[in-house]
Design a binder for this molecule. Structure first.
Ligand code: HEM
Length: 373
């Protein structure tokens, strides 16, 4: 039985400790692709790999973006070659990232085993840095913004109203950057992948480093509004090369989320009954399947996308049987695409997935919110 169905069926349990198979395990890319909507044009390539890539890493990322190769990986077994800052460590790009991952292990995990407010903010931060890129503007020569760290490096982006609530995680990112001497754009996207795999049931997304940073503020007005229509949202994301079905997958990030600024009277209210858990309950509760705890605050934008004819079927698939594996796999493709927007040296990146923690299978207390209603 899927976790989300379990939640619906036994919503009054106060504490669970559960063990589940690793999401995505046992599913081939072909199996998962077979369930994708056939009314969408095929995914497009971006940046310097529009021709399919010229290096092994560029070609690998191209295959992932085309959904021909999985965006999840269980590659592990990394033996850190030396102490941070030593020549041995500097020789291996992933060594410093191993140390960063260990710092994040402590910061992103809450006492119950769920991912905490820093993890949630890290995922949102990655979106708000990378999401500020537009194909139409790039074609007009305004090819800046995207996953370049400018949200933390410019003097202004952080203070835009849509970035309210991200200040604490930006502060942490600045400390990490100073301590470890890596790029801010990389740090922000790496943090998001670490945060997601820290959330119970979250996928282990393939993680690439080597982006170029920019202090130039991204163009304003490229992030979505919570009251935007489905049509506006779909077009806004298509202009970032993100398809309607990838948008549905990315919106699943609200499974972990809590709002503070949409309705300040309901500060801290989550978008599903299990915040801090990477389950598909968010998809169910947005469309009204099963009991809806009073505390759950649904965003108008999520409801709009869940109902639009271009996205409703995919939304229902994630909410339905087998949705967790399907969503995790699609999240990985979609997030890798998002995390490379505006990056024009994809052929030169390095994969460091092997330093991430392994997916989390157990947690406690996931039902507390439902019980409190
Ligand atoms: C239609 C597109 C989207 C809209 C309108 C939207 C809107 C919002 C809003 C209004 C909040 C609450 C902020 C607050 O009041 O504190 C929020 C939180 C969040 N969003 Fe989105 N979002 C969108 C897409 C995304 C995407 C694509 C991602 C990730 C890839 C994402 C990740 C998050 C996360 C993780 C949080 C929770 C932050 C926390 O709990 O601190 N969102 N979003």
């Amino acid at each position: 039985m899927k976790l989300s169905n379990l939640v619906g069926a036994i919503g009054l349990l106060s504490v669970i400790e559960t063990s589940v198979a690793y999401p995505g395990m046992g599913k081939t890319v072909t199996e998962i692709k077979a369930r994708e909507p056939d009314n969408e044009p095929p995914p497009v390539l971006i940046g310097d790999i529009k021709d399919g890539g010229t290096t092994p890493i560029g070609k690998t990322i191209a295959r992932i973006l085309l959904e021909q190769e999985s965006g999840e990986s269980m590659e592990g077994g990394y033996k850190v070659p030396g102490l941070l800052g030593t020549q041995k460590c500097k020789k291996d790009t992933c060594c410093t990232w191993w140390y960063i991952a260990r710092a994040m292990d402590i910061v992103f995990r809450g006492p119950s085993g769920r991912c905490n407010k820093f993890a949630r903010a890290a995922v949102r931060l990655a979106f708000h840095d990378a999401g500020t890129w537009s194909q139409v503007l790039a074609d007009q020569g305004k090819d800046w913004g995207g996953a370049d760290g400018s949200i933390a490096l410019s003097n202004s982006e952080e203070f835009r109203p849509e970035n309210n609530g991200l200040q604490d995680i930006i502060k942490k990112a600045r400390v990490w950057q100073k301590t470890f001497g890596v790029g801010m754009g990389d740090l922000i996207q790496f943090a998001a992948n670490h945060a997601v795999v820290t959330c119970p049931l979250g996928p282990r997304v393939r993680t690439f480093v080597g982006r170029k940073d920019s202090k130039k503020a991204a163009i304003d007005g490229l992030l979505p509004g919570v009251n935007d229509s489905a049509d506006k949202l779909i077009k806004l994301f298509q202009d970032k090369t993100i398809s309607p079905h990838e948008l549905v997958a990315l919106l699943g990030a609200h499974t972990t989320s809590e709002q503070f600024f949409v309705d300040p009277k309901r500060r801290g209210d989550p978008q599903d009954g299990t915040p801090g858990v990477w389950d598909t309950l968010f998809y169910n509760q947005t469309i009204g399947t099963g009991p809806l705890p009073k505390k759950v605050f649904r965003f108008a934008s999520d409801i709009a996308i869940s109902q639009d004819p271009r996205t409703a079927d995919e939304w229902a698939e994630f909410a339905g049987p087998g949705g967790q594996d399907h969503w995790n796999e699609d999240w990985a493709y979609s997030f890798i695409r998002l995390s490379l927007l505006g990056v024009n040296n994809i052929n030169q990146l390095t994969e460091c997935t092997k330093v991430l923690p392994m997916p989390r299978k157990t947690f406690k207390g996931a039902m507390e919110l439902l019980k409190n209603e």
